[in-house]
Design a protein around this ligand. Structure first.
Ligand code: CMP
Length: 140
């Protein structure tokens, strides 16, 4: 089915000037960017986005990293967009990511792992709405 998913190009990949190469991978895989913006997240924005990880030992480092520089948030639309984006990203830990995936090619550590993607339809719905109002999404 046609789905929407939230993608974040994280501060490490933005700092590497890899925004275009990463978005190019989404487009070549048939995903369409239907919304996008660059943001420098506040602690409140990053902490709220990752609220489900609040009790995890890595939460503080995660928020610190995600607020360390600008990110590019996008809504990707396409057939099986949620799973397709996760396949393109590769495993959360770049050391375990399959060759040719975004994390294998652009990321060094589990903290600075280049991209985020929604992991289920429920989280995609929540995450898209976290960053975009309905009138900021441009179906095409
Ligand atoms: P992301 O998909 O953005 O979701 C939460 C992030 O926490 C994850 O990517 C990693 O960058 C980061 N993280 C750090 N340590 C861990 C861990 N042990 N397990 C899962 N995620 C982690």
């Amino acid at each position: 089915a046609t789905e929407r998913t939230l993608s974040i190009i994280k501060p490490d990949a933005v700092a590497k000037n890899a925004i275009g190469e990463i978005i190019s991978r989404f487009e070549k895989a048939g995903l369409k960017v239907v919304a996008a913006k660059m943001l420098h997240l506040s602690e409140e924005q990053a902490g709220g986005f990752y609220a489900e990880h609040k009790e995890r030992p890595f939460f503080k480092d995660l928020v610190g990293f995600m607020t360390s520089g600008p990110v590019v948030v996008q809504v990707l639309e396409g057939e099986d967009a949620i799973a397709k984006n996760r396949d393109l990203m590769g495993a959360t830990n770049p050391k375990e990511a399959a060759p040719g995936t975004i994390r294998a090619d652009f990321a060094e550590t589990i903290d600075a792992n280049a991209v985020h993607g929604s992991d289920s339809p429920a989280s995609a719905e929540r995450e898209v709405a976290y960053f975009f109002s309905a009138d900021e999404i441009c179906p095409r």
